[in-house]
Ligand binder design. Sequence first.
Ligand code: GNR
Ligand code: NI
Length: 168
Amino acid sequence: MALLNILEFPDPRLRKVAEPITEVDDGIRQLCKDMFETMYEAPGIGLAATQVNVHKRLLVCDISEDQSQPLVFINPEIQQFSEAVSSYDEGCLSVPGYFEEVERPDSIVITALDQNGETFQLQIDGLLSTCIQHEIDHLNGKLFVDYLSPIKRKRIRSKLEKQHKKRA
Ligand code: GNR
Ligand code: NI
């Protein structure tokens, strides 16, 4: 097991578009384990491979309080979005310390591969739907701050850049 380093905004590597996974092998299963360990330790409710500098279409999440509902989505595709939207106070491990309301479709139908390479389909809503949409955005190089006003985004960017300089 290993804890992975999480990239932080405005790192340009967070803007890469992840590539589909062609074979679900032991390397991918090990990556899932390391991503769960990293996500639980953070702690967070979701993690996209992009955030740990692996540009493959893979995300993990667990919205339970007791680490009892780990879910893996490989090559996820959203098949349907509801017209109804809901708004959540979103945060991101790649934008530490900032939370802002983001509006997204409330419910989605998603297909993906599991850790055995089997296809599955789920209809989800609420926090899990928000989380998965947030993670798929990461796989497409998009961050929740992109939904905010340019002024808010710039303020967050410069504050994080200052923190990064202090750390370096
Ligand atoms: O831990 C996380 N919490 C969260 C809260 C509201 C909406 C989305 C999220 S995802 C985030 C972890 C993360 O950054 N995943 O990419
Ligand atoms: Ni995130």
